[in-house]
Design a protein around this ligand. Structure first.
Ligand SMILES: *Cc1c(COP(=O)(O)O)cnc(C)c1O
Length: 361
């Protein structure tokens, strides 16, 4: 068996020990005689899995007791609508920072439900930086203030949170959740599709402060109301059972390998620095993002020559470094190096880039 180094932006590489354990348990989970995929979500054996997944997530992210953790489906994209549907119960107004395509999608979707304002944008420079925010321009009566914490496509991240006062801060953390510690109490709501840093596609995690639940806009369907899921322990209907099981093992892996999210962050910083340091020194490749806003998870880079970019992606794939093509809207290359990408993967990629640089002098 030979596994590639997978730099996909998502779904993305998973920790090998997790995949091996899943394989071992595929036909018979823990003496139950069934695969987790086959068992009733209301069985004792499954209940243990979902409860320990939630408990572990609460422990690792240090989630305060007045927050609910919801295991949903529909992807982060469904949250672009569910957030306004649930938070626009009183005031139908929200502020957004436009830092890329996902932030823009959240903004455009919310416009279907109320009055949305872009308080800042980095569109002028193809989203290569995080705009400076002036809290005096924020709407103090807004129902929420939305940011995309890590911009998967452009490779930027917020390192400082906006001061939103009493307005709940809502963050799309799809591509950075679990990559470093965050103070959950600073947020009203956090959401993330699981397929970047938590597990397989199909699971969407929402962490929401209790007082923001229970006041949806009129006509909100039962399944889109956070209260439905909060009141039923994410078991109102069938949750994405297998994805939750894998997520639980990913959380166990983080604890075992890195201890906590500070340990995870240290590993991610070390890993990202290997690639960024090379890009800064290279005569051929260069990063596209301003230094102070660089993502730890998604690293876009270019050679400045489209033909050479194409040749690089092709040769890299042959050498076992896959999914390095940049997003179709940006071009060039992007290496997504989520939690599960081992340091050796980045070291070997940099060695390959050095050779490519020497060959193309
Ligand atoms: C991948 C991604 C999304 C879309 O997630 P889906 O689960 O496919 O809907 C949204 N926001 C960010 C930041 C992402 O990285």
């Amino acid at each position: 068996m030979s596994r590639v180094y997978n730099f996909s932006a998502g779904p993305s590489t998973l920790p090998e020990p997790v995949l091996k354990k899943a394989a071992d348990e595929m036909l018979d989970y823990n003496g139950s005689g069934q695969s987790v995929m086959e068992m009733s979500h209301r069985s004792k054996v499954y209940e243990e899995i979902i409860l320990s997944c939630e408990a572990l997530l609460r422990k690792i992210m240090n989630i305060p007791d007045n927050y609910k953790v919801l295991f949903l489906q529909g992807g982060a994209s469904s949250q672009f609508a569910m957030v306004p549907m649930n938070l626009f119960g009183k005031t139908k107004k929200a502020d957004f920072v436009l830092t890329g395509q996902w932030a823009k999608k959240a903004y455009q979707e919310a416009q279907k439900f109320g009055e949305c304002r872009a308080v800042a944008s980095s569109a002028d420079k193809t989203f290569t930086y995080i705009p400076t925010l002036d809290p005096s321009t924020f709407d103090k009566d807004a129902a929420y203030f939305h940011i995309c914490m890590n911009n998967t496509i452009y490779g930027t991240r917020f390192t400082k949170l906006p001061e939103t006062g009493n307005v709940p801060l809502v963050a799309d953390m799809s591509s950075c959740i679990l990559s470093e510690p965050v103070d959950v109490s600073k947020f009203g709501l956090i959401y993330a599709g699981a397929q970047k840093n938590m597990g397989p596609a199909g699971l969407t995690v929402v962490i929401v402060r209790e007082d923001l639940i229970g006041n949806p806009i009129e006509g909100t369907p039962t399944m889109f109301d956070y209260k439905t899921h909060a009141d039923n322990g994410s078991m109102y209907n069938t949750p994405p059972t297998y994805a939750i099981y894998i997520c639980k093992m990913v959380l166990e892996w983080i604890e075992k390998e890195f201890g906590d999210l500070s340990g995870m962050k240290a590993y991610n910083e070390k890993k990202a620095a290997i690639l960024y340091d090379f890009l800064d020194a290279s005569s051929l490749f260069k990063g596209t993002v301003v230094k102070e806003d660089r993502s730890l998870m998604n690293i876009p880079f270019v050679t400045g020559n489209e033909e050479l970019d194409k040749a690089f992606v092709k040769q890299a794939e042959k050498a076992g470094f896959v999914n390095l093509k940049g997003h179709r809207t940006v071009g060039g290359m992007r290496a997504s190096i989520y939690n599960a990408m081992p340091i050796e993967g980045v070291e070997k990629l940099v060695a390959f880039m050095k050779q490519f640089e020497a060959d193309n002098k």
